[in-house]
Design a protein around this ligand. Structure first.
Ligand SMILES: [Fe+2]
Length: 230
């Protein structure tokens, strides 16, 4: 049975409690910093600082242009530290990652991820309008198709809302992006877009990062981010 999530704090004015602070990400090689930064900006993040370092630029981003100088809503991006790059390489060698005889554990992990972008580590952003989310998908597809630097480095997937809300179903059926989406979210009244890229290195094999961008239809008490439905 579905249960409502307690997504409203009891006293939001005087006791805001925790907020999401910052996320620290890494790109793979020093020369890939500018490309990774550009991708984050296409995805809507606002670059506020670039600090050149010998082993690749250090970047700071905020989640939107209305962001003010608090300690939350921040994304940091820097080059993989050398010990971490060595660890990833050791894991890859031990498990034959990237060869035609990958360890069964690697095969199982890849099979899981092929079924569900959200199955392992990922980070989600909330997008204010469906139109902005549709424009983001189109911009990413255009970037991947037209700029050789991004060729093969951006993979976009999506889940549309579960059927059953006529207004949502009609809007999504007419969408240039979600109209022919074949996958459905674990819930209603919202859509999810997943951007998998090897320009940011994370995940259990250190190969790529999965970003999620969600839109929630207004005035729905129950939606994909408030309650998970099986
Ligand atoms: Fe997610």
């Amino acid at each position: 049975m579905a249960t409502m999530a307690p997504d409203r704090p009891a006293n939001p004015v005087s006791a805001p409690g925790l907020t999401m602070g910052h996320l620290a990400l890494h790109y793979g090689k020093p020369e890939e910093g500018p490309l990774a930064s550009r991708l984050l900006q296409v995805m809507g993040l606002v670059e506020t600082q670039v600090l050149p370092l010998p082993n690749g630029n250090f970047y700071r981003f905020v989640a939107n242009r209305e962001h003010y100088a608090r300690g939350d809503g921040i994304v940091y991006l820097s080059c993989l530290p050398e010990p971490q790059a060595r660890l990833i390489e050791a894991i890859h060698q031990a498990l034959h990652v990237g060869t035609d005889h990958e360890d069964d554990a690697v095969k199982g992990y890849r099979a899981m991820m092929a079924q569900d972008f959200e199955a392992s580590f990922h980070f989600g952003f909330l997008v204010p309008t469906l139109e902005e989310l549709e424009a983001l998908v189109q911009a990413l597809r255009e970037l991947e198709a037209s700029d050789p630097a991004f060729k093969g480095r951006i993979h976009v997937g999506m889940n549309r809302a579960r059927r059953g809300d006529a207004e949502v179903d009609v809007r999504l059926d007419a969408s240039p992006v979600f109209g022919n989406a074949a996958r459905y979210a674990y819930g209603s009244a919202g859509v999810q877009v997943f951007v998998e890229t090897d320009l940011v290195r994370a995940g259990q094999l250190g190969e790529n990062m999965v970003f999620e961008f969600d839109y929630i239809f207004p005035d729905r008490a129950s939606h994909i981010l408030s309650v998970v439905e099986l």
